[in-house]
Design a protein around this ligand. Sequence first.
Ligand code: GRF
Length: 194
Amino acid sequence: MADKIKKISVLFSGRGSNLEKLIERFHEKSFAGTETRVFPITNRPEANGINVAREHGIESIVIDHRKFKSREEFDRELVKVLKNINPDLVVMAGFMRIVTPIFTSNIDAINLHPSLLPLFKGANAIEESFKSGMKVGGVTVHRVDATLDGGKILAQECVKIEPCDTLESFTRKIREKEHYLLPKTVMELLGLKE
Ligand code: GRF
């Protein structure tokens, strides 16, 4: 029997490649007596991540944001669902929602962002950083607060922008870095040891 189970809620809205990395690393895995489980939650019934989770035998919870009159009402429901799961960590991985103080005052969460924050906040970070003329872009994991992509930085790594890079090749390198950095940061935050 494991001494303890650590639950990780993963919020996503689309493709779900980071969700998949978290599932592969943490779903029904054991780390020196601690078991880990992943609980996927999405705001989009058509999100590909639902299929990704299903392929790993996990049903996602769907809270369709279009069914709520306001951001606050959606966040109230999301908070209720999360409190019911009572996770040790809430991870936003491609969760394309601006959250309100109803969320941030109730839930401690971390978010993955594909730039060297505080540079290039928002939804077009990869393209903006590629076109910036900088020699490096990168990936950040940060705490979620009431500001957009503005919470305390927890982990950050660079990705070089080489003269031969295209937006596509740079995007691939960013994704690879995300797939490495997010699980690593989750390990550290949960105090998990191999
Ligand atoms: C990632 O680039 C993440 O940084 C951003 O949205 C993307 C999600 O990708 N917030 P995926 O759905 O995990 O494949």
